[in-house]
Write a protein that binds this ligand. Structure first.
Ligand code: HEC
Length: 175
């Protein structure tokens, strides 16, 4: 099993739950507020709403820009293609760099998701660069995002260079 830091995701989930619960309890039953409170999505309500309304949060690794299923596919590709060098827990070793945690943020912080995608696709695996279909590289990118605690959302990450290029990899406090 691969360890995945998800504490920030849990905090978000708790916040979303608290918000969703607060609405109906203060509103009169049957009032518009109670109805809209009741129809909030089950998770990530605030962030997916922000994404739909096109706010700045939509252009963030924190906005839920990949899906859980995509990350699961990526995990399978990762185990098959990358883990021999970067290790199953993504922590790397003396040859291959860690793809997780503070060393990942040190290398990739304030760079774009597009940069990371291009690096992986054009350089990895070192013995056969660009040997996977683009979709597999995207799925692996989603898995790396999940492993670094960036939350999943409802839509999949797509190979749109303009979109990927504007998404900066930022720590939570950088929002
Ligand atoms: C045969 C061993 C090997 C395999 C397999 C491998 N890597 Fe690497 N990877 C390395 C080494 C060595 C480096 C550091 C030197 C370099 O950047 O070429 C590296 C560097 C990286 C970097 C940093 C690149 C940069 O520009 O700094 C990323 C990201 C990465 N690998 C991701 C992956 C992913 C994702 C896969 C699977 C598709 C993968 N690697 C497969 C050995 C490997």
């Amino acid at each position: 099993m691969i360890a995945r830091p998800r504490s920030s995701f849990f905090v978000l989930g708790l916040l979303a739950t608290a918000t969703a619960c607060a609405g109906p309890s203060v509103a009169q039953p049957g009032s518009p507020a109670a109805q809209s409170g009741g129809s909030l999505p089950e998770s990530g309500g605030a962030e997916s709403a922000a994404r739909e309304s096109g706010s700045a949060l939509a252009e963030s690794v924190w906005a839920g820009i990949y899906s859980q299923q995509q990350a699961e596919r990526g995990a399978a590709h990762y185990l098959e293609t990358c883990s021999s060098c970067h290790s199953e827990d993504l922590r790397g070793n003396s040859n291959a760099p860690s793809l997780i945690g503070s060393s990942f943020m040190f290398l990739w912080g304030d760079r774009s998701l597009g940069d990371l995608f291009t690096s992986i696709q054009t350089l990895m695996p070192t013995n056969a660069p660009n040997s996977l279909p683009p979709q597999s590289y995207l799925d692996i990118l989603a898995f790396i995002m999940e492993s670094n605690g960036f939350p999943p959302g409802t839509s999949e990450l797509v190979a749109d260079p303009a979109f990927l290029g504007q998404i900066m990899i930022t720590a939570r406090s950088g929002l």
